[in-house]
Design a protein around this ligand. Structure first.
Ligand SMILES: Cc1cc2nc3c(=O)[nH]c(=O)nc-3n(C[C@H](O)[C@H](O)[C@H](O)COP(=O)(O)OP(=O)(O)OC[C@H]3O[C@@H](n4cnc5c(N)ncnc54)[C@H](O)[C@@H]3O)c2cc1C
Ligand SMILES: NC(=O)c1ccc[n+]([C@@H]2O[C@H](COP(=O)([O-])OP(=O)(O)OC[C@H]3O[C@@H](n4cnc5c(N)ncnc54)[C@H](OP(=O)(O)O)[C@@H]3O)[C@@H](O)[C@H]2O)c1
Length: 409
């Protein structure tokens, strides 16, 4: 450890990191650290929270289970235990992350929020600043996630609302809303599952659906829909796979249009590839919509002191609001002087090349492909950095033997 001067000429503690700096100790940060370690490259993870997988530990609801079978959510080199069910629970996923970190002896530095990272052209290294320290390395790996910050849209009148307003990242269970009329804004996977959880806790959810949405069953004829789609894509063109998926979804679920859930014109996989919008995988919400227990509402016009007005003219009294309005990346708030990311904090280069930037910058977990995308990125990054690491080590060794030879002569 040493000290260096910051831009305002103040002395700051500074640490030269042997290996790569990884920002974020979620599944992506852990995966890339494990892959690097497998290649003999050390790394240091800086994590703003007090634990690994903080999104899963602190910002998800109790009833959450993986939507995809476990084989599609495994991190590289170390799989789920055999005794885990096909769709592990949130706690099982957290346990898996804990054993993953301990298997690879990964010890992130917690409570180190990265406030700023910038490439220093004169030294050819990244300077990464937290509240305590400046960390310096040739390689910077961004693993802060696509879901780093909750999106809380401005909704007309919401500041006047009398009841509680929570984002799904703060929602744990519907038990606190028993017998209450709850407005759920948004109908992605979070909106659907929170509405279902509210039903199961005898609350009365009203779910706002402002747009088209693809709802698919989690399984089709006993097989995971995601697995079926992956298998079909190996043999058939994407548009045909989308048609087959929709045909099977209609057989399994019936038409969703009649329930107020209009389907987009573009098929579910094509839409995911083009816009990143994930289809909803139904785990029970649809039958509650059919039975009228989850009420589908049109877009919001405004929130009043004790209710909501909708664009179709309806008005409802409500007791609480849950914003299921999604998440966003936070990269633009701390990564500076770099045009690799869009202003929304996503890589400008599309998958499968989004993992690599310039000057030793890498990203893991920004592919809109969940944990499968993370595994892909982590493997690529580790291979590339380990090549550079080895050539630097070889160069150091040959420089040292040169010095010894010069001394002898
Ligand atoms: C409710 C929910 C359910 C999901 N279920 C699935 C699923 O079943 N399957 C699937 O594949 N995907 C799922 N996802 C997507 C999910 O986000 C990812 O698969 C996974 O968590 C991504 O891991 P990550 O490490 O990239 O990001 P994250 O898990 O978000 O981890 C990023 C880490 O970076 C830290 N961080 C952020 N900013 C800073 C900073 N400036 N300095 C230091 N540290 C920082 C955060 O504290 C966090 O610990 C789900 C997402 C949500 C919200
Ligand atoms: N079990 C699981 O595996 C699981 C569970 C939950 C979430 N997830 C994953 O987590 C990620 C985030 O999911 P998410 O559901 O939280 O977010 P999301 O997929 O981004 O959905 C956000 C929803 O909010 C709506 N919305 C946003 N602003 C709005 C506004 N002002 N008024 C009305 N509606 C508004 C959006 O509508 P528009 O479409 O019109 O923008 C959309 O329906 C996804 O990748 C998802 O698959 C997985």
């Amino acid at each position: 450890m040493g000290s260096c001067k910051d831009q305002e000429d103040k002395q700051v503690k500074c640490v030269y990191v042997d290996g790569a700096i990884i920002v974020g100790a979620g599944p992506s940060g852990l995966a890339v650290s494990a892959c690097l370690s497998e290649q003999g490259v050390p790394s240091l993870i800086l994590e703003k929270s007090d634990c690994i997988a903080s999104l899963w530990q602190h910002k998800t609801y109790d009833r959450l289970k993986l939507h995809l079978p476990k084989q599609f959510c495994e991190l590289p080199l170390f799989g789920f235990p055999n005794n885990f069910p096909k769709y592990p629970t949130k706690q099982q996923f957290i346990d898996y992350m804990e054993s993953y970190a301990s298997h690879f002896s990964i010890h992130p530095k917690f409570k180190q929020a990265v406030l700023k990272a910038v490439f220093d052209h004169s030294s050819g290294s990244w300077k990464v600043q937290t509240q305590d320290c400046e960390y310096i390395s040739k390689w910077l790996i961004v693993a802060t996630g696509e879901n780093a910050e909750p999106v809380k849209p401005e909704i007309f009148g919401i500041d006047k609302f009398n009841g509680p307003v929570v984002h799904t990242s703060e929602y744990k269970s519907g038990s606190v809303f028993r017998n209450q009329r709850v407005l759920v804004v948004g109908c992605g996977n979070s909106g659907m599952e929170v509405s279902l959880d509210l039903c199961r806790n005898n609350a009365i959810p009203h779910m706002v659906v402002r747009n088209t949405v693809h709802v698919l069953p989690r399984e089709m004829f006993g097989f995971s829909t995601f697995g079926v789609a992956m298998a079909l894509l190996k043999w058939l063109p994407l548009k045909l796979v989308d048609k087959l998926l929709l045909l099977m979804a209609n057989i399994t679920l019936g038409s969703t249009e009649q329930l107020g859930l209009r389907r987009p014109k573009t098929g579910p996989i094509e839409l995911k590839n083009v816009t990143g919008k994930t289809p909803v995988l139904d785990v029970g919400a649809l039958s509650q919509i059919k039975s009228g227990k989850i009420k589908v509402m049109e877009n919001l016009k405004e929130i009043t002191r004790n209710g909501a007005k909708f664009t179709d003219g309806q008005e409802k009294e409500i007791d609480a609001i849950v914003l299921a309005t999604g998440y966003k990346s936070n990269v633009p708030s701390w990564l500076q002087g770099c045009d690799f990311f869009t202003k929304e904090g996503m890589p400008k280069t599309p998958f499968p090349k989004s993992w690599k930037g310039d000057c030793g910058l890498y990203t893991v977990g920004f592919t809109k492909r969940g944990l499968l995308g993370t595994a892909f990125d982590a493997d690529k990054i580790a291979k590339e950095i380990s090549d550079q690491w080895r050539s630097i080590s070889d160069c150091n060794k040959s420089c040292n033997s040169h010095v010894i030879l010069l001394k002898k002569s």
